[in-house]
Design a binder for this molecule. Structure first.
Ligand SMILES: Nc1ncnc2c1ncn2[C@@H]1O[C@H](COP(=O)(O)OP(=O)(O)O)[C@@H](O)[C@H]1O
Ligand SMILES: Cc1ncc(C[n+]2csc(CCOP(=O)(O)OP(=O)(O)O)c2C)c(N)n1
Ligand SMILES: [Mg+2]
Length: 317
């Protein structure tokens, strides 16, 4: 069985990439990174824990992909370009074949965004993956949760709800038709961080967040940070084909794991979004509007308005 340092050399030393801004990467007590002049460092960390964030049968390559993707999604929501990552792994055993597949999933996504692995930590214990992602943004241009204003349009990228359907299907709570099951499993296991969209929204969006806990809950975070409310039109939600045969719109906006961007746009910038959607290659749907009074309201298909129920993922509720 390989030892700790052998494992690192075998599986992770090769993921360090070739960025010129890595002065010193894996192998010393800490990494040395060269932040370009005029840029602010953007730093985020998220953990994926077995049984909480992924099922025991999650393919190792998917875990490697997703652990990095959820962090790149946070950088995207800040309008930051990703650059570096640190990987903290807690493993029940030194399983070479498992690690090779995990590393391949991580590497494919890292390479596609030119992210260098510059450090990490490896220890024994219940399976969990923690990644710190670092990127940068021109000084003062980051997208925050706090900038939404009354009258701004509320938008979401891509579609919402498929990953939550996959979670419920894997728990045996629902049965999905074959095409939707395949699509949903792919969305849960291989989320694609909206990096290009985040970069393009700088200077256009007034606020942004990535959808991890559920669209409604995450829009709620924008509203709370911005001191505003929002009205959401359920009929406008971009949902996967066939989703309404197996779930309600309310459950789809509460399930999470979507890793799309939810963002607000002042009316003067909304006309630019059509061309932007085409250039970044994903749908951008207006799903509602920001209001001055705090509170989240849902407008149903019949045009009736009601307060949104508290929902979304909460680790301790
Ligand atoms: N243990 C912690 N110590 C310090 N800050 C934390 C901790 N846990 C979460 N945060 C911070 O609280 C905020 C909300 O966290 P979270 O809901 O996990 O955000 P996200 O959905 O973007 O990952 C973030 O700014 C995050 O950095
Ligand atoms: C086994 C399993 N159960 C439940 C879920 C659903 N789920 C777990 S955590 C979570 C929310 C996102 O995780 P969190 O740690 O809150 O990420 P953050 O908001 O910090 O990015 C969701 C929707 C899942 N993906 N896998
Ligand atoms: Mg987090």
């Amino acid at each position: 069985m390989p030892g700790e340092f052998e494992l690192i050399a075998r599986h992770f030393a090769a993921l360090t990439g070739r960025r010129a801004d890595v002065v010193l990467g894996v192998g010393d007590d800490a990494a040395l990174l060269d932040l370009p002049p005029g840029q602010e460092l953007v730093a985020t960390v998220d953990t994926l824990a077995l049984g909480v964030h992924f099922f025991a049968d999650c393919p190792p390559a998917a875990l490697g992909h997703k652990a990095l993707a959820v962090n790149l999604s946070d950088l995207a929501a800040m309008g930051a370009g990703p650059a570096w990552a640190l990987l903290a792994l807690t493993l029940p055993a030194a399983d070479d074949a498992w690690l090779a597949r995990f590393a391949a999933g991580f590497a494919a996504l890292a390479r596609s965004f030119d992210v260098s692995l510059v450090g990490g930590d490896t220890c024994r214990g219940p399976l969990a993956v923690t990644i710190t992602a670092l990127g940068h943004v021109p000084r003062g241009q980051a997208l925050r949760r706090s900038g939404a204003r009354a009258g701004d349009g509320v938008y979401v990228s891509g579609e919402i709800g498929a990953a939550g359907l996959a979670v419920r299907a894997r728990r045996g709570e629902i049965t999905l038709p074959a095409a939707l099951a395949t699509h949903a499993a792919r969305r849960l296991d291989y989320p694609q961080p909206r990096v290009a969209l985040g970069l393009a929204l700088r200077g256009l969006a007034s606020a942004a967040i990535d959808v991890s806990d559920g669209l409604l809950a995450d829009l709620g975070h924008i509203c709370a940070s911005s001191g505003v409310g929002a009205r959401l039109e359920l009929a406008r939600l971009p949902l996967p084909d066939g989703a309404l045969a197996v779930a309600t719109r309310e459950s789809l906006v509460g399930s999470g794991d979507d890793y799309e961007l939810c963002f607000t746009v002042p009316p003067r910038h909304e006309p630019a979004l059509g061309a932007l959607a085409a250039s970044v290659g994903c749908a951008l749907t207006c799903i509602g509007r920001i209001e001055a009074a705090p509170g989240l309201w849902l407008v149903d298909e019949a045009g009736q308005t009601r307060p949104a129920a508290q929902g979304g993922h909460d680790h301790f509720r």
